[in-house]
Write a protein of this length. Structure first.
Length: 222
């Protein structure tokens, strides 16, 4: 006798929350996400179908496999995962659970999803993120991105949140969800503060050089 799971027929797609890394295609024409655990090797789009990471030819989610998209019911549970060192650069996603799904105590495993909102955290320096820039890692054909403020982007490949949303398509909304204004950072933090300090030191050096030049022009007195 086979155990049959109870079936649900919701009037609207359930909402779930998860974390993922934003990625940009090598040619810079597509944007998407990659998971932080089992499915990390398979980047996905805003509207996409799950594929079995083991290459098995069955429909997802299969009861005897752990394939499929995963999410949790509570945003606080997903946000808590952003505290771990390996997930600090990930973003928080709000998704619509589409197609067949299996409900668990804390979330869903399911066949299809639509990413509705991506919330990016602050830059590593603590400032509010102004862009998603090359994070220095990737997958074949995809560059990993991380939240970055304007002062820390430098020459790296980068997209504004609106630019990332435009490339990702399908109505994705991207917003900055944390950090402080660059002017409010404590002294000694952030590239902008170091640049300002260097400019001040250079101005003082120029002033001293001007005074020395005037003394030389005056010659010895006596």
């Amino acid at each position: 006798m086979r155990l049959r799971l109870p079936e649900e027929r919701p009037t609207e797609p359930p909402t779930g929350y998860k974390i993922a890394h934003p990625v940009l295609s090598q040619d810079g024409t597509r944007a998407g996400f990659t998971g932080v655990s089992l499915g990390g090797a398979l980047p996905y789009g805003v509207l996409d179908e799950a594929r079995c990471v083991y290459g098995l030819r069955h429909r997802t989610p299969h009861r005897r496999c752990d394939c499929g998209f995963h999410c949790v019911h509570d945003p606080a549970t997903a946000e808590a995962m952003l505290c771990t060192a390996e997930h600090r650069a990930a973003v928080l996603l709000e998704v619509s659970v589409l197609g067949a799904y299996i409900r668990f105590e804390q979330g869903f495993r399911y066949a299809r999803q639509r990413v509705r909102t991506a919330t990016i955290g602050p830059c590593a320096c603590g400032a509010v993120a102004a862009a998603l820039a090359d994070a220095g890692w990737g997958r074949p054909g995809w560059r990993g991105l991380a939240a970055t403020c304007a002062g820390c982007v430098r020459g790296r490949t980068a997209l504004s949140p609106a630019g990332f949303a435009r490339l990702a398509g399908d109505g994705l909304r991207v917003r900055a969800g944390g950090g402080v204004a660059a002017g409010d950072l404590p002294a000694g933090l952030g590239v902008s503060e170091l640049v300002a300090e260097a400019a001040l030191l250079q101005a003082r050096l120029d002033w001293f050089q001007t005074q020395l030049a005037r003394l030389d022009e005056g010659g010895p007195q006596g």
